[in-house]
Design a protein around this ligand. Structure first.
Ligand code: FAD
Length: 474
């Protein structure tokens, strides 16, 4: 028998499950259809497992240099299967947490593949959902007043560089490695590629990054890219930029794989034990019944308005499937806006220039707002304050004093246009800059917020003072 709902959500990832909780808080009868595991990419194949591995790698690398801190540990052993077990435990604990939240919110969870049907006897509008249940039982039919598509994304590869799970991996397979390879060639020096490069390097793997753009993390401020490359190279990571991978040159032999890239008109061959392809993600728009609707897909992403309504206004889409900033916190906030809109709560549309972006490599990177080049291209008359962690006592105490904070402000209005950081724990510090932008604070206001001493956040206060040439310790 068909079940009626106020809202049915396709996909129980960070976008979908958070939307479901907000809907339940607003009294909407809600169901989620999830073909895999609640928590989606972020919990099972993304944010959480990768950060668990990064943390183990950091502990290992720190232990290896323990003499610097005056501590002799002796023979340090890396037990990679324990590293993986720890990661799995964290994921499982959080997975149980999401399941509990669904029960608490009285949200029905259907385990299976959901598809949108066109107008039918159930409804004159597209939106009835048929669920092909994972347990093989007869399809369920759900009749919702509203639908949210939150089907996420999957790894992209390059033509001729197919993910085979043994020589050529995406981040999905890399997270499941039973043993660490001796060497890894990473194709793509964006966020995911650089997090993996840093983690594998900290674990002692020989890493080469091949990047198409002329710098790694090319969406970050150019000075952040430069500093990241300098630090990562100093740690032993080989970085090749302006390099076009020639995927047809892939050769798999015994326990080695090689691939060539064209760099400044010349071909160079790279050989390693495995290749990790991190060249972006493809939105999951197939096989969800879009052909039964008026919903538009452009350049691979579902098109929506500022409240995430598609062409079928009762069908919303959020998260990675609509493109833009493919981040977990963005997906969940889009879900909240969509639900509040359908419940007539008049939400404020998201201003994406206020969203913080983080890279959890070692060193960490974090940013909010415009880069220096973007600000100049938009015609702003910019003034810049920069402060190095080298002059921050707490960074020296930590033994991690590489990096800096950079604040870009508008000379004419004193608005903060962008904040960029590279260095220790900056992913935990960027929210101060995010809040400053939300509250329209000026550099003066940040500079005159008394930052505790000693703390890493002093670098933000000093960079803010530096915008008007008033930093104390420079
Ligand atoms: P997803 O989390 O992908 O969820 C979509 C869900 O829909 C999946 O569970 C899928 O099984 C389900 N689904 C798909 N089709 C159907 C169907 N037809 N029926 C039923 N269910 C379906 N972001 C950050 O903010 N911070 C990070 O540190 C970070 N690290 C990352 C590291 C890696 C290696 C990767 C790959 C990603 C990382 N991300 C990070 C990105 C983040 O994971 C995504 O932006 C986020 O998961 C998007 O959420 P979503 O709800 O849109 O989609």
């Amino acid at each position: 028998m068909a079940q009626e709902y106020d809202l049915v959500i396709l996909g129980g990832g960070t976008g979908g499950y958070v939307a479901a909780i907000r809907a339940s808080q607003l009294g909407l009868k809600t169901a989620i259809v999830e073909k895999g595991l609640l928590g989606g990419t972020c919990l099972h194949k993304g944010c959480i497992p990768s950060k668990a591995l990064l943390r183990s790698a950091e502990v290992y690398a720190t232990a290896k240099k323990s003499e610097e801190y005056g501590i002799s540990i002796g023979d340090i052993q890396l037990n990679f299967s324990h590293v993986q077990e720890r990661k799995e435990k964290i994921v499982e604990q959080l997975h149980r947490g999401v399941q509990h939240l669904m029960k608490q919110g009285k949200i029905d969870v259907y385990e299976g593949i959901g598809r949108i049907l066109g107008p039918s006897i159930f409804s004159p509008m597209p939106g009835t959902i048929s669920v092909e249940l994972n347990n093989g039982k007869e399809n369920e039919m759900l009749i919702p007043k509203n639908v949210i598509i939150a089907t996420g994304s999957r790894p992209r590869s390059l033509p001729g560089l197919d993910i085979d799970g043994s020589f050529v991996l995406s981040s999905d397979e890399a997270l499941q490695l039973k043993e660490l390879p001796k060497s890894m060639i990473i194709v793509g020096g964006g966020v995911i590629g650089i997090e993996w490069a840093s983690m594998l390097n900290d674990f002692g793997v020989d890493v080469t990054v091949i990047e198409y753009a002329d710098r790694i993390v090319p969406t970050e401020d150019h000075e952040i890219s430069k500093e990241a490359a300098r630090i990562l190279k100093k740690k032993g990571i080989k970085i090749v930029t302006s390099a076009k991978v020639l995927s047809e040159t892939l050769v798999k032999e015994d326990d080695q794989v090689s691939i060539s890239a064209e760099i400044k008109g010349e071909n160079q061959t790279f050989t390693g034990e495995k290749i990790l392809v991190s060249v972006g993600r493809i939105a999951n728009t197939e096989n969800i019944g879009l052909q039964n609707t008026e919903i538009k897909v452009e350049k691979g992403y579902i098109q929506v308005n500022e409240y995430y309504q598609t062409k079928e206004t009762h069908i919303y889409a959020i998260g990675d499937v609509i493109g833009g900033l493919q981040l977990a916190h963005v997906a969940s906030h889009e879900g909240i806006v969509a639900v509040e809109h359908m419940a007539s709560k008049k939400p404020t549309p998201i201003d994406y220039s206020l969203v913080s972006k983080c890279i959890y490599s070692n060193p960490e990177m974090a940013s909010v707002g415009l880069t220096e080049n973007e600000a100049k291209e938009k015609g702003y008359n910019v003034k810049i304050g920069k402060f190095s962690f080298k002059a921050i006592g707490k960074a020296l105490v930590y033994g991690e004093s590489d990096g800096f904070v950079k604040i870009i402000a508008d000379k004419d209005t004193d608005d903060i246009l962008g904040v960029h950081m590279i260095g220790p724990h900056v992913t935990d510090m960027i929210s101060e800059a995010g809040l400053a932008r939300v509250l329209d604070a000026t550099p003066w206001e940040i500079g005159h917020t008394i930052h505790p001493h000693p703390s890493l956040s002093e670098a933000i206060g000093e960079a803010a003072l530096a915008v008007d040439g008033k930093a104390i310790h420079s």
